[in-house]
Design a protein around this ligand. Structure first.
Ligand SMILES: *[C@@H]1O[C@H](CO)[C@@H](O)[C@H](O)[C@H]1NC(C)=O
Ligand SMILES: *[C@@H]1O[C@H](CO)[C@@H](O)[C@H](O)[C@H]1NC(C)=O
Ligand SMILES: *[C@@H]1O[C@H](CO)[C@@H](O)[C@H](O)[C@H]1NC(C)=O
Ligand SMILES: *[C@@H]1O[C@H](CO)[C@@H](O)[C@H](O)[C@H]1NC(C)=O
Ligand SMILES: *[C@@H]1O[C@H](CO)[C@@H](O)[C@H](O)[C@H]1NC(C)=O
Length: 342
């Protein structure tokens, strides 16, 4: 009986008191960027109810982001593709609300050189909260002029071997063998530096090879020579370098005194200035590795008239900031991927 009465009266009551059974999720109309100010607009599908507020949230990369190997990788066949690993929640901070209000739009001041993800939801009087909208990504531009400069020297060279990051000297001096310096691509912090004496110690080439191989594509590898490095240079180290995209030292894998084919008998085979900058895992990518190997500056090439002009192996490369992945790339002038909007 009661049931029957209710079913008779409810439709009549409903006419006077709006009810809501369902609120759809907001739909993005536009996300636009003017320098670092974002403008966000969304709309709600038809709703016969009073909107109380809209809530806009964002999240930014977490500290895990820089350590994720997959984020350092770019699919060069489709560089604007979002690799699904980017979307893993643990790479992002939790959401923060940046706007609540009745308007279906908001202007938000953002940080430069940052990537954000955004979502929005709405709340109506009788329906409560809608679900969250589709997630949208947006990255803001940043003007950066970072660079790496490296100089490898050799035999009879009056100049120092050095490594500079953005003008800051990471190393300057002389030694025998190679110096290895490693920089994190996300923070630009130096994470390792060591000298390997492949001139006089027969275990150091293997140690250097092993060290090089221990770094992933989140790092920039820098190598430079001083005095001479050839006597205990070996295949293992040459292959570690080729894995990075450095091929010029391969002729030196023959143990001394076997002379590389382009050398003549009377020349010694030591004293080649060498420098390398590269990113592990990107050896096939044009412009993500740079290598200089110069002719020997040994006794037989020595000439007083060029005393102050003995060649060094010098590389200077600009770094560009990929705001989408929060990584630095080596600038290569043609395939650099810069994304403002996703
Ligand atoms: C971008 O912002 C600047 C300063 O806030 C303003 O003067 C300019 O008109 C804006 N440009 C566009 C296209 O909205
Ligand atoms: C970057 O530099 C250019 C030219 O100096 C300037 O017009 C632009 O507003 C700068 N962008 C940022 C994000 O600082
Ligand atoms: C590198 O140095 C330039 C010029 O001194 C500076 O504008 C830039 O912010 C520096 N970049 C980094 C990443 O330190
Ligand atoms: C060669 O290098 C190894 C490893 O660093 C070291 O233990 C050894 O003492 C070195 N040998 C010489 C002769 O310096
Ligand atoms: C390297 O040195 C040798 C011997 O002095 C010389 O004949 C040759 O031309 C040099 N090669 C280059 C590329 O300078």
């Amino acid at each position: 009986m009661i049931f029957l009465l209710l079913s008779l009266f409810l439709p009549i009551l409903a006419r006077f008191q709006p009810t809501c059974s369902f609120i759809e999720v907001p739909i993005w109309v536009s996300l636009r960027l003017n320098s670092t100010i974002g403008r966000f607009e969304w709309e709600l599908p038809y709703l016969e109810d009073t909107i109380i507020l809209h809530e806009l949230q964002y999240a930014t990369p977490s500290s895990q982001w820089c350590n994720s190997l997959s984020i350092g990788m770019i699919n060069w066949n489709n560089p604007t593709a979002i690799i699904s690993d980017f979307l893993i929640d643990s790479y992002w901070t939790s959401y923060t609300t940046i706007y609540t209000g009745v308007f279906r739009s908001a202007w938000i001041q953002l940080l430069e050189g940052m990537i954000y993800k955004f979502r929005v939801r709405s709340q109506s009087l009788h329906c409560g909260y809608s679900g969250w909208s589709e997630i949208k990504y947006l990255s803001t531009p940043k003007n950066l002029t970072a660079y790496i400069e490296v100089q490898g020297t050799s035999y009879y060279n009056p100049l120092d071997t050095y490594i500079k990051l953005n003008g800051t000297i990471l190393y300057k001096g002389s030694f025998t063998g190679f110096i290895l310096s490693v920089i994190n691509r996300c923070s630009l912090q130096q994470v390792f530096q060591e000298i390997y004496d492949t001139y006089s110690n027969n275990t150091q080439a293997d140690m250097l090879a092993e060290k090089i191989r221990s770094y992933d594509s989140n790092h920039i590898i820098i190598i430079a020579s001083s005095y001479a490095w050839e006597p205990y240079f070996n295949k293992n180290l040459a292959h570690a370098l080729t894995e990075l995209g450095g091929y010029l030292t391969l002729p030196f894998t023959k143990p001394i005194p076997i002379i590389p084919i382009y050398k003549t008998e009377e020349e010694t085979v030591i004293g080649h200035p060498y420098a390398f900058i590269g990113i592990p895992g990107q050896r096939y990518i044009t412009g993500q590795n740079f290598e200089v190997l110069r002719n020997s500056t040994n006794y037989f090439n020595y000439d007083d008239t060029i005393h102050n002009a003995i060649p060094t192996a010098r590389i200077r490369v600009n770094l560009v900031f990929d705001t989408y992945r929060q990584f630095y790339m080596l600038e290569n002038n043609h395939r650099i991927f810069r994304m403002n909007k996703v």
